[in-house]
Design a protein around this ligand. Structure first.
Ligand SMILES: [Zn+2]
Length: 153
């Protein structure tokens, strides 16, 4: 009896920690959104001039210099889709054009580990107002209740 009970408790604890992992977003070192759940991590960060910086990190969120990754993105703005190309700069990949006007639109970020690798797609709902709680922009909010999407204030 005792054994069964502790087994149940253990699997319940495992389940709870798995849920916690999903619910808690990883804070982006630059203040952007970490797209990945496992290393190598990829951060999507909209800079002051609205160009996008995509940065890479190891499992401890130590910066990793971009080395041959290929990134492009499609901003699905209300005024129409805009494709963003990226070039390497200061160890990260920076978009050659700024994000389109406005916010509240989806950005699909496509990351290839190498030019020939299979692409991985990540979706970001872009909101540029700042969250009152964590002080990150809404698209990068790290508050506990922030899932993929965040309510507009
Ligand atoms: Zn927040």
């Amino acid at each position: 009896m005792k054994n069964t009970r502790s087994l149940v408790l253990t699997s319940f604890a495992l389940l709870a920690s798995a849920v916690a992992l999903v619910a808690k977003p990883i804070p982006g070192p630059k203040g952007g959104r970490i797209l990945t759940t496992e290393a190598p991590h990829v951060e999507f960060f909209v800079q002051k001039d609205r160009t996008v910086a995509v940065s890479f990190y190891d499992k401890d969120l130590k910066p990793v210099v971009a080395s041959g990754q290929v990134v492009n993105a499609t901003a699905e703005a209300k005024t129409g889709k805009v494709k963003l190309e990226f070039t390497a700069k200061d160890g990260a990949l920076i978009s050659t054009a700024p994000m389109p006007e406005g916010d509240d639109y989806t950005v699909v970020v496509q990351v290839r580990e190498t030019a020939g690798a299979k692409p991985k797609n990540y979706r970001v709902l872009f909101h540029d107002e700042v969250c009152g709680e964590c002080k990150h922009a809404e698209y990068a909010c790290i508050c506990d209740d922030a899932g993929g999407e965040h309510k507009k204030h």
